[in-house]
Design a protein around this ligand. Structure first.
Ligand code: NAD
Length: 493
């Protein structure tokens, strides 16, 4: 057990909780305690929010900062993360469980996010237009103010970077609450922000429970915007809490995304991506291809190959170079996923592989689950409709293009989706009918910082990343300049 106590970062200082309390953070591959982290109180969150407010509002403060200065600072942050890239990757793997090759990819993504937004904030923005009057009309983008960011645990570094970088680039100040399960790389990120020379109060890190810190962020009247990534139920609660003070909201929520494979698809490519779609990052991916929709005529050979390959996936500690799939994030989450497996069996779904906790060969203290595949014969089954957020694939058959589209769109979610076919026109037809924000043709999962990320339906509100993600951290102001400075003459006297 580690005696290390990690502090939080408020108003430019590393501080303990006002209650003196901490909470343990574990390695899900071993159950080992990696560190004890400061457990913030509501008062700590309020202090961080007040610091962010002051840093935004004060004369000459961050709210009035120049884009070029912000860009230089963010570029330094990127360099500092990059200099510690392997340490970041090791930290995310130990804290989250994901294989090292995935953590390394995440770190390079986070570095790129800081560079992307450092570049973007100095580029042309706004509009001018011709209006039918002696007026010069223009539109400028301005920061929203204080951003409260609340995040999830499945991409610990990159998910926080993707809120911090655009929020600061656009000139906002920030209070960030990372997931309780994975705060360690976020603490390192704030070390980089401090080292880069961020003024006190501009970015604040508050570690603690969602029901206290997250609740305060979503209600506090000094917060102008909440940027949230997490479950749909929590998103709904945050939306309700934020309503009283009419906060701007970005919500990145859950998914149950369809991966549609037609009989004319390249067989091995489609099998390969069907595996990658659900078993990458242990299936703890909001956009995971958790519903495989397979054209009936290739069902048998496809499933035989899919199950054969799923059973060969090497599950283990993410620090081991051979590991292809790591543990689930916590014992509680493993239990939740196992509950879904019981629900699937009770509903009459056919278990084709996996379905069990793995405990042999050094895995006994971790939260490992075998890659699991169910065949579902009814669309109203809970395992078809609800997000499991683990390595559990549910497969359904379809007989026509229309049926594939109907099934694909039949959940409350609309985050992502893919289609595999060698018929280009069919691929376009089907993808255009998917009610989802992130889609792929003949691939699954590649996403880029340059492109917008977000969902339709109950998968969220707004977009992160790319120029859309930057705009989500700005207000739009119109300015009308009178070019003929004289009284209007509207009133007679
Ligand atoms: P969660 O909603 O329980 O927690 C997310 C964050 O919200 C945590 O920091 C938590 O402490 C905080 N929180 C909890 N209750 C709160 C409250 N009442 N008020 C304010 N904050 C509160 O999420 P989870 O279940 O741990 O994460 C999994 C979910 O996240 C899945 O549904 C997944 O699809 C979703 N997710 C979505 C995206 C996306 O980009 N759309 C990305 C990753 C994860």
């Amino acid at each position: 057990m580690s005696d290390q106590v990690k502090k939080m970062f408020i108003d430019g200082e590393w501080v303990a909780s006002s209650s003196g309390e901490t909470f343990p953070v574990r390695n899900p591959a071993t159950g080992e305690v990696l560190a004890h982290v400061t457990k913030a109180t509501r008062e700590d969150a309020q202090r961080a929010i007040a610091a962010a407010r002051r840093a935004f509002d004060e004369p000459g403060g961050w709210g009035e900062s120049k884009a070029r200065d912000r860009a230089e600072l963010l570029w330094r942050v990127a360099d500092l993360i990059e200099a510690r890239a392997e340490e970041f990757a090791q930290t995310d793997t130990r804290n989250n469980g994901k294989p090292l090759r995935e953590s390394r990819y995440d770190v390079s993504d986070a570095v790129n996010q800081f560079r992307y937004y450092a570049g973007l904030c100095t580029k042309p923005q706004g509009q001018t237009y011709d209006v039918p009057d002696e007026i010069q009309a223009m539109v400028v983008r301005e920061p929203i103010g204080v951003v409260g960011a609340i995040t999830c645990w499945n991409y610990p570094l990159v998910m926080n970077a993707q809120k911090v970088a655009p929020a600061l680039a656009a000139g906002n100040t920030l209070v960030l609450k990372p997931a309780d399960l994975t705060p360690l790389s976020t603490i390192m990120l704030f070390e980089c922000l401090e080292q880069a020379g961020l003024p006190a109060g501009v970015a604040n890190l508050v570690t603690g429970p969602g029901s206290v810190v997250g609740d305060e962020i979503s209600k506090n009247e000094l917060v102008d915007k909440v940027a949230f990534t997490g479950g749909t139920e929590t998103g709904i609660a945050i939306m309700k809490n934020a309503a009283d003070t009419v906060k701007k909201l970005s919500l990145e929520l859950g998914g149950k995304s369809p991966n549609i494979v037609f009989a004319d698809a390249d067989f091995e490519t489609a099998v390969d991506y069907a595996l990658f779609a659900i078993f990458a990052n242990q299936g703890e991916v909001c956009s995971a291809g958790s519903r495989l929709l397979l054209e009936e005529s290739i069902y048998e050979p496809f499933m035989a190959r899919l199950v054969e390959r799923a059973q060969k996936i090497t599950v283990g500690d993410g620090v081991n170079p051979e590991t292809e799939m790591g543990p689930l994030i916590s014992e509680a989450h493993l239990e939740r996923v196992l509950d879904y497996i019981r629900i699937g069996l009770d509903e009459g779904a056919r278990l084709l592989c996996g379905g069990k906790r793995l405990t042999g060969g050094g895995l006994e203290n971790g939260y490992f689950l075998a890659p699991t595949i169910f065949e579902a014969h009814r669309n109203d089954m809970r395992i078809v409709q609800e997000e499991i957020f683990g390595p559990v694939l549910v497969v359904q058959k379809f007989r026509s293009e229309e049926e594939a589209i109907r099934l694909a769109n039949s959940t409350k979610y609309g985050l992502a989706g893919a289609v595999f076919t060698n018929d280009g026109a069919k691929a376009q037809r089907v993808i255009r009918k998917l009610r989802a924000g992130i889609t792929w043709i003949n691939t699954y999962h590649p996403t880029f910082n340059e492109a917008p990320w977000g969902g339709y339906k109950q998968s969220g509100i707004g977009r992160e990343l790319g120029t859309y993600g930057y705009e989500a951290y700005t207000e739009v102001k119109q300015i009308n300049v009178n070019l003929k400075v004289q009284p209007s003459g509207w009133f007679r006297n």
